[in-house]
Ligand binder design. Sequence first.
Ligand SMILES: [Zn+2]
Ligand SMILES: [Zn+2]
Length: 349
Amino acid sequence: MERKTMRFSVLTEKGHAEVRERPLPEIGPHQVLVKQLACNICTTDYGQWMGLREHQGYPMAGGHEGSGIIAAVGEKVKDYKVGDHVAMAYDGCGECLPCRQGDVLHCTGMTQKKTEDGYLGAFGFADYFVRNTRSLIKMNPDLDPSEAAFLEPLATVVKGLKKLRVVPLETVVVIGAGTMGLVNAQAARALGARVIVSEIMENKLRTAREMGFEVIDSKEQDPVQAVKDLTGRVGADAVIVAVGASIANEQALNMVKETDGRILFFAAGYPAPELKIDSNIIHYRRIELIGTFAADTIDFFTAGKLLNTKAVDVSKIVESKKFKLDDIQEAFKEASTPGKYRVSVLLNE
Ligand SMILES: [Zn+2]
Ligand SMILES: [Zn+2]
């Protein structure tokens, strides 16, 4: 591979992404060159583009939901070969305690957050990039690259479901049928749960129905009452709040079963949603309020299996209109339009 430079998208300020070129990094002994095929635009990406998450900093060479094919391997690489399909997991120093315990996102060993030429981010929106083999998961070559790119979001769902301890035949309500709501719903179903999805937007209700879930149209009916009706007045064993909104938090507290119910707070919201509950209620009802964010290394392997075997099928939550790297600005615009599922950028088209 004689490639010397890479092209990548960088967010320079609110509302402005552009494509730049820089030299490709050298391939280290335990690294590979990835020909990146697809990278999906996450809420954190378009949130910054919209100016809602500017604390993430500039210039942001972002994108972390990516997949591709190995184009060249470093001299000590044994387990990967040219042509292998891979998707991105988190990357850290590999040495610090969080990294070694699998919580790579909270790596404390990176001395500088920026590259030498001054960029933040994981370079997901790049045509080629050099990556550490430890931060890649092998993917089924039959999987569409935009679907393989769901590895990271699905890993975060796996982490959350592990914390929620969902077991077969439990009733799980997912509030919000956006991309992450439906990934949660699919993964909970793969674990054997009965899954009910609550949503207000018509197109999202349709998608949830097409995926075979029981749905509650919460602009037509009271979702709390609907859950009671669907569960013989018992309520849900567990509720996953997949939309960052105070009203969703309140619904969750009222639709989870009276005692020993569990609530997973999967989504962030800006501005921050409120949760109003006094600790006596948590005490007497024995409610578990569970937080989750990101994923551990092991969760990426589980997520890979779920995608590679199609136990989780994300084909309906990738927007069919895809974008080229040069159209990144348009892609961000599309992604930040309310009601959209994942917008995918094809990096070598
Ligand atoms: Zn993401
Ligand atoms: Zn580290």
